[in-house]
Design a protein around this ligand. Structure first.
Ligand code: DOR
Ligand code: ZN
Length: 429
């Protein structure tokens, strides 16, 4: 598949944006979806075909939260390696967080990230810093950053703590129709916190991060959103309390949305076991009631999407005492397998809802036009996956430069077979 027109035949198309959940043929031509018909219905010419019999064909996944580490930390990841990992995970678009070095707080850095020289194999949408250097003191120029290509504003890795600054950020972003993505944490509550506060942190003798740290920031932000009518997007939500606040905000018709990571709907703080830094991330893995709340939020629509928080770190950085190691795990290549194994197989969440959480909904949240849909005229960004295939994930064989994952050696159900971006295959299993 290298040509300008490809027919994807006999696949089971799942496209929630267009209420499609049945066998169909899809024709891609010149970077767009050219036709979608009942099987055998495409009569026009095409150069190549891909047999998707027994496979699911869906709009490519969109990850609203990845750390690509460029500029500045190419030993962890580059835009080229991170997007290759994305392609292997079925993602056709990724939104890149600004906590790079330097921080992406200028149009120049945003533009640099988007240059063809970076070698991206999937679409990259930069998220620009909310404050200069993400120092939480002075707002960046949102308008200039948006013109350069930024799709949202965030100081991810750090919260925007100052009330007045967050208020101004929401008001400014609202005028530009840009979402503000908040990393909801109040570190003043837990100096030195490195895991969830609870029985496991007490047993391990590690400083804990309480649920209130996340909930208090989410509650404050929702109050500010009520005034500005801005779009507040809560990154990597992890606690039942914060989730309840989002649920109530939605009932009030506020523009408050939230994402959950695969690790927060799968793992618990007790899985840290014997100080294993592969389980250290921020927000931390929580206790059972929080994990159950995430599943409920995925089922009832309180959670809008799944985002990976793909956060590569080098081996020598993670290989330290638990409290000294950096927060974060990679996640692009295990997202769909975890969604299918945990959400679909175990918790019986339908595949249509999973496609909605990984493609339809993220495209809408960040207004990525003509993506997250297989309607004629949409970008030809497609994922083909086998929802039944069983396989073992080996981090060493992954495409990311970093291997920091708690899922090394896990047995999964569900595997990406092909990823197509703009009509061109960028990954074939
Ligand atoms: O676990 C995390 N890693 N959480 C963050 O907020 C930042 C991220 C990173 O950049 O490594
Ligand atoms: Zn974060």
């Amino acid at each position: 598949m290298t040509s300008t027109s490809v027919l994807i035949r006999r696949g089971h198309v799942i496209d929630p944006a267009n209420n499609i959940d049945r066998p169909m043929d899809v024709l891609l031509r010149e970077g767009r979806v050219a036709a979608i018909t009942e099987p055998g219905g495409i009569k026009s010419e095409y150069e190549e075909e891909f047999d998707a019999n027994h496979l699911v064909v869906a709009p490519g996944f969109i990850d609203l939260h990845v750390h690509l580490r460029e500029p500045g930390q190419a030993h962890k990841e580059t835009i080229a390696s991170g997007t290759r990992s994305a392609a292997a995970g079925g993602f056709t678009s990724v939104c890149a967080m600004p906590n790079t070095s330097p921080v992406n707080d200028t149009p120049e850095t945003t533009t640099w990230m988007l240059q063809p020289d970076r070698g991206a194999v999937v679409n990259v949408f930069p998220i620009a810093a909310a404050t200069i250097g993400s120092n939480g003191e002075k707002l960046t120029n949102f308008r200039d950053l948006q013109r350069a290509g930024a799709v949202a504003i965030s100081d991810d890795g750090k919260p925007i703590l100052d009330d007045n600054l967050m208020r101004e950020a929401l008001r400014t972003a609202a005028r530009l129709e840009m979402p503000v993505v908040q990393h909801a944490e109040d570190p003043r509550m837990h100096p030195g916190g490195c895991m969830n506060y609870g029985v496991t942190s007490l047993r391990l003798g590690l400083r804990g991060i309480p649920n209130a740290s996340e909930a208090s920031v989410v509650l404050r932000d929702i109050r500010l959103t009520r005034e500005s009518r801005a779009h507040l997007h809560v990154a990597h939500i992890s606690t039942a309390e914060a989730l309840d606040a989002v649920r109530r905000a939605k009932k009030e018709n506020l523009r408050v949305t939230a994402e959950v990571t695969p690790h927060h709907f799968t793992l618990l703080d007790e899985n840290i076991g014997h100080y294993d830094t592969a389980y250290k991330m921020n927000p931390p893995l929580r206790a059972n009631p929080d994990r159950d709340a995430m599943i409920a939020g995925l089922k009832d629509g309180t959670l809008d999407c799944i985002a990976t928080d793909h956060a590569p770190h080098a081996y020598h950085e993670k290989e330290q005492e638990f409290d000294r190691a950096p927060f974060g795990i990679i996640g692009l290549e295990t997202a769909l397998p975890l969604a299918i194994t945990v959400l679909h197989k175990h918790f019986e969440i339908p595949l249509t809802r999973i496609v909605q959480l990984m493609s339809t909904s993220p495209a809408r949240l960040f207004q990525l036009m003509h993506r997250g849909s297989l309607a004629v005229g949409s970008h030809a960004d497609v994922v083909v996956f086998d929802p039944k295939m069983k396989w073992k994930f080996e981090a060493a064989k992954g495409h990311s430069k970093s291997k920091n994952t708690p899922f090394d050696g896990w047995d999964f159900m569900g595997k990406v077979m092909a990823t197509i971006v703009g009509g061109r295959p960028v990954y074939l299993a």
